[in-house]
Design a protein around this ligand. Structure first.
Ligand code: PEP
Ligand code: MN
Length: 373
């Protein structure tokens, strides 16, 4: 059960002390207090864990300081959607809103290679009105002999270039707890010219110690990718690890599943599940058409499969698109064959806008239909 406290609750007050005493007296129930700092308001929530079946929602709602009590199912207690749950499905970061109702494109390099390529990418993003990017500094590679990313040494100039071109948020994968402090220190040393969304890659979706470490900090929001060889439920539970440690600024990414059925694509594209994740949880949903499709192949009219997959996700209500670009794909050190060229950025953005418009029209048509029922 989750208790949401009134906005004006003073944690030093007698009322709050009484509440905590009454909760401590409940048999076989532990409580965990979470403070959620939003831009407009900060909220205190108390998670009751243990034998909560016997508790009545009305009794809990009558306790001092409690505004609302929500009975949650076992699944995804914090990030899930539950009955009578009015908790938000969005968060703010760097002045941008990330929610189940918004859409952001994070185009950029799979792996940071040279300063020149990063600058060309950032410039193209700014020229096309973009304020978000993807940049991989720590690369989890299948072979130990492949390029592993420049790591912390590239962070200062990547962040400075982001600031120069007004990029507000960079999605950047971390593969070890120490990368969080390296990113924080580098941002501080360069005067915080940009923001970072920490990315958990598909190979680390069930690296529970990494999830706990990333979840313990609340400075950076998190983009967690679906594990490519586990169930959706297991991946959503992985996201819940982040929230259970205190960080519920989480975006969930679909990026395709591994199959051995002679796929035409690098992974089996799972974007039909965008609405499923939005229904089960309050997380904004990202799709990664590059790592799922993995090729620049096109259909007979010339539209690339990466564009088709993106459009299918956006028309189904996706909230974020993470997509690989490179100024010179044959020279890319990682994933060149799936990279889009910089000249293709305005064309992708136009295709995304067409799909988003269609999604909004579909939602409006459905709203009208439901109102008539
Ligand atoms: C990436 O986005 O750079 C990446 C490695 O993706 P994934 O974890 O989905 O393979
Ligand atoms: Mn890649």
């Amino acid at each position: 059960m989750i208790l949401i406290l009134g906005e004006s609750t003073d944690l030093q007050s007698d009322e709050y002390r009484q509440l905590m005493e009454q909760l401590a007296a409940l048999p076989n129930i532990k409580s965990r207090v979470h403070h959620i700092q939003g831009t407009e308001r900060s909220v205190t929530e108390i998670y009751l864990i243990g034998d909560t079946k016997a508790l009545q929602v009305e009794d809990m709602q009558a306790l001092p300081c409690v505004e609302q009590a929500i009975r949650v199912s076992q699944e995804y207690r914090i990030l899930g959607r539950h009955r009578d749950d009015s908790r938000p499905s969005h968060f703010e970061y760097q002045g941008l809103r990330f929610g189940q109702d918004t859409l952001h494109v994070f185009a950029g390099l799979c792996a940071v290679d040279s300063r020149e390529h990063v600058e060309q990418m950032m410039r193209a993003l700014q020229d096309n009105g973009q304020t978000c990017a993807r940049m991989g500094a720590y690369k989890p590679r299948t072979s130990p002999y492949s390029f592993q990313g420049h790591g912390k040494s590239c962070l200062p100039w990547v962040f400075q270039l982001a600031g120069k071109y007004d990029i507000k948020v960079i999605a950047m994968e971390v593969t070890h707890e120490s990368h969080i402090s390296e990113i924080r220190e580098s941002l501080e040393a360069t005067g915080k010219p940009t923001g970072v969304m920490l990315q958990i890659g598909t190979r680390n979706t069930q690296n529970f110690e990494l999830l706990k470490a990333v979840g313990r900090q609340t400075e950076f929001p998190v983009l967690i990718k679906r594990g490519f060889g586990i169930t959706l439920d297991e991946s959503l539970n992985a996201a819940e690890y982040l929230a259970s440690e205190g960080n519920s600024k989480v975006i969930f990414a679909l990026r395709g599943m591994k199959t051995n059925l002679g796929d035409p694509h690098r992974n089996f594209v799972d974007f039909a599940q965008v609405p499923v994740v939005k229904r089960l949880t309050r997380m904004p949903v990202c799709v990664d058409p590059s790592h799922s499709v993995g090729t620049r192949s096109a259909s007979p009219e010339g539209i690339m499969d990466i564009f088709h997959a993106t459009a299918q996700a956006v028309i189904a209500g996706a909230n974020m698109v993470l997509v690989d670009f490179h100024p010179d794909p044959p020279k890319a050190l990682v994933d060149g064959p799936q990279a889009l060229r910089l000249e293709e950025l305005p064309y992708l953005l136009e295709d995304v806008a067409i799909s988003r418009k269609a999604y909004l029209e579909r939602a409006e048509a459905t709203g009208k239909f439901l109102a008539r029922q």
